[in-house]
Design a binder for this molecule. Sequence first.
Ligand SMILES: [Zn+2]
Length: 278
Amino acid sequence: MVERRLTGMIAAAAVLIVLFIFWDAVRPTRRPVDAAADGPMRIAEPPPIPAPPPQATSPAQGATPTTTSQGTAVPAGPNGREPSYMELMARSETRRRIRSSGSTTYIGEMLEASGDSMLRRWDNRQTSPIRVWFAPPHAANFQPTFVEAIKQAFEQWTSAGVPVRFDFNADSSNAEVTVKWRIQFEIERTGQTDVTWDDNGHIQGAVITLATFDPKGRPMEPEDIRVVATHEVGHLLGLDHSKDSTDIMFPTAKVRDLSDRDVRTVLFLYQLTPGSLR
Ligand SMILES: [Zn+2]
């Protein structure tokens, strides 16, 4: 009896041992699996996560987004629309005409220096003159003859054949061009012209500011005013600077009247369609 009970207990123990071994083999061993998941698996996983879309790493879209927007992109046309094929062809033809004009004008220089490749000019204003207003002078050393000198400056350009006329009897409410005065500029300058234009390069208005004293504090004479105003009216008409000191549109005018090249440049500008050339 005792033997049978002993045998039964041994058998039960053997079953328990087998069960224990079996359980040990199949139980969910959390720690080792977790360790595997937190360890090597995470290191092996990363590639898909940071792997960026191919275009995000292409050189063209690196850290300098402005190069892609300025480089070959065709700017939006008037009112934000894209230029039509015909407009692009017309721009190409205008660029060709400018290139073939060579150094007989400085339009090419103007465009190179401009940064926006925009031709700016007034519409043909021969029948409806551009309205000019002379702001009341409050600056010291102002002389009434200055106004006459400025009118002569305008006259130089119109008599050269620019297809615009000026009406000097405008008032502040309807003027397109304002001529105003200051005693002196803080920098090396005796005149300044601020021009506004629309998306199509059509000039809408301008403000010419003239100093009554030069940067060294010497009072300006009527003849000085005429020369400075001649240069500023060139800006008002849409011209930028020439690199040639024999042109009135040289940044610091060395000559006192229009050169042949000034005249050719402004007449050429008024034959071209204004607007972007990109
Ligand atoms: Zn200038």
